[in-house]
Design a protein around this ligand. Sequence first.
Ligand SMILES: [Zn+2]
Length: 273
Amino acid sequence: MYDLVIKNCLVNDAVTDIAVANGKIAAIGSISDAATETFDASGMAALPPFYNTHTHAAMTLLRSCAEDMELFDWLSNHIWPIEAKLTEEDIYIGTRMATVEMIRSGTVYFNDSYWMPQSGLRAVRESGMRATLGLLYLCNPSGDVPDAARLANEALLEAHNADDVLINVAHAPHAIYTVSEDVLRHIASMMETDGFQCHIHAAETAKEVEDCRKEHNGMTPIEYLDSVGLVNDRTMLAHCVHLTDSDREIIAERGAFIAHNPVSNFETLQRCL
Ligand SMILES: [Zn+2]
């Protein structure tokens, strides 16, 4: 007895049936066994799903409020002032909307970092999707993580069940220009024992590279992150638009990953060509 049998589905150029049991594909072929649920997929094809490796899912709510502008202007003058007013319920609704859109496009997983991640967790659980949710680190001018972010991270860790096979937790320092060196080093030391991944914006704009070289003895953002121990085989580097050959070698040697964001960075790329 299967949980689900998908009938008449195109798989590798042949129309066939797919049986699902305990959340996994149990058989592919002509299936006549009984099933709790049967779905006729005539005219449809089974394809590998999409994985979205860098999201701020609840930002579905902020679409079109500021478009086509330079990153720091967009963040400082438009996005952060609005985000300061978002409630837990807003973030739940925005994430919920994102999960519906992703499911419609065949996306089964997303790697998210956003404010009040415990609200995102609620939406992900209801969606049935896989996700990695970030413990968000953004420092105030004194270099400390504000209490609100600290409490939200504690709420996520408390609500997350480590046995949940669909949902992971990662460290998600926002970027080198919003998180102090002390906090970055602290995250690297926590990663040695907690086994979490790290998800961070890196080398997204020419200004980020320029400022980093000025502040950190000529190092690029990747060299700087590597110097604090945050480029390793559990690190997802988002964007990486402005890399040197040496940066590419460091990323390859450490086994880190890059999340490309072509739509977000298209205008930047045009300026580079
Ligand atoms: Zn981002």
